[in-house]
Design a protein around this ligand. Structure first.
Ligand SMILES: [Fe+2]
Ligand SMILES: [Fe+2]
Length: 269
């Protein structure tokens, strides 16, 4: 768990998750220290103890008011129930679909939920947040949002990239990653996480990027990328090229068996 401070009022709780064959995927949750503190996603299930230790050292559970779940994938819900139990005033911001998916696995009282659709805003006391649908996503429940006070934009899975090393995955800024590796990682991730991107109408896809281009956020915080400062147009240019990337095809059974054979210990002489 790496704790950083990538933008005003933002604490990042970051990890590097190794994915065989792809590299190291940054997995970031964030705490927005607004007048009404807000947690954005809740880390990996495998690192719950470290996640909760880091979170509660930055906010008192009694003060946490909101948990913004960008979508109910397992890499975003790791400590969700533990946080809801520890923070009795916190309400879970999700969508109708997000709530529906969560209730398959979790028992969340409806009065703890707050449904926010793209285009809608929520008052956090000293600022508000406005939700939007990122241009690429892997769940129908996905939303991101921007902070109307600072302009910081939280984009969920969008703009993610597996990195060639854990060090790059945990970098303070994407500027530390060699540009060619960054572009390759982002194009790969777009085809892995949103495989439909290679079949989109190019003009319609380009048009879907315009709202973020106009917003031009000074800080972009993705769930799966180091912080990006003053780089929104660069990120959007890379994403605009994703429909031209090779469609991703995962390893098949033969490749898996070849991989496992490589792991077998040498037979005794
Ligand atoms: Fe996802
Ligand atoms: Fe994710």
């Amino acid at each position: 768990m790496r704790v950083t401070y990538p933008a005003p009022d933002v604490v990042a709780l970051g990890e590097a998750a190794p994915i065989p064959g792809l590299g190291f995927l940054p997995v970031n949750a964030y705490l927005l220290r607004a007048e009404q503190p807000l947690l954005i996603d809740s880390g990996l299930p495998t690192s719950r103890t470290e996640f909760l230790d880091a979170l509660w050292s930055h906010v008192d559970p009694a003060d946490l008011r909101w948990i913004y779940l960008t979508h109910p994938d397992r890499d975003h819900t790791g400590s969700l129930m533990e946080v809801l139990r520890a923070a009795p005033s916190a309400r879970l911001i999700t969508t109708f679909l997000g709530m529906g998916i969560l209730t398959i696995e979790y028992d969340i009282p409806p009065e703890r939920a707050f449904l926010l659709n793209p285009g809608q805003s929520l008052d956090l006391g000293d600022r508000s947040l406005t939700a939007f649908r990122p241009p690429v996503y892997d769940s129908p429940a996905t939303t991101g949002f921007y902070d109307t006070r600072t302009g910081t934009c939280f984009t969920s899975d969008c703009f993610g990239a597996p990195m060639v090393s854990a060090e790059y995955a945990l970098a303070d800024d994407i500027a530390e990653v060699p540009p060619n590796e960054l572009v390759a990682g982002q194009r790969l991730w777009a085809t892995v996480d949103s495989p439909w991107v290679t079949g989109v109408d190019r003009d319609a896809f380009r048009a879907s990027l315009l709202p973020l281009r106009r917003l031009e956020p000074s800080v972009v915080l993705s769930s799966h990328l180091p912080a990006a400062h003053d780089a929104a147009s660069q990120l959007l240019d890379t994403l605009e090229s994703a429909p031209d990337a090779e469609p991703f095809v995962g390893p098949d059974q033969a490749a898996l068996e070849a991989l496992l054979a490589g792991f077998e210990p040498p037979s005794p002489a």
